[in-house]
Design a protein around this ligand. Structure first.
Ligand SMILES: [Zn+2]
Length: 79
């Protein structure tokens, strides 16, 4: 039972992270992360990495200092 539930929320999480989830699935995950710290961490981590990558792509001429700040932030979040 527990394993099944874990699989389900991992699948849901991946769908949302990939942007392939329906609005309903997205809502389901939002409610789920309130009760599941593991998913919450993973979701927040993935969201921040995605946002940082987007920011980096937006600024092609990102100063070196700034990109290392972003990198250390990712490392900070990952630890
Ligand atoms: Zn979960």
């Amino acid at each position: 039972m527990i394993a099944e539930e874990n699989l389900k929320c991992t699948e849901l999480l991946n769908l949302v992270i990939d942007g392939q989830a329906s609005k309903e699935q997205e809502l389901e995950l939002m409610q789920h992360v309130h009760n599941c710290p593991k998913c919450k961490n993973e979701f927040e981590l993935n969201t921040s990495i995605k946002e940082s990558l987007k920011e980096r792509l937006k600024r092609i001429n990102t100063p070196k200092e700034l990109s290392s700040n972003i990198q250390s932030k990712i490392i900070e979040l990952a630890s």
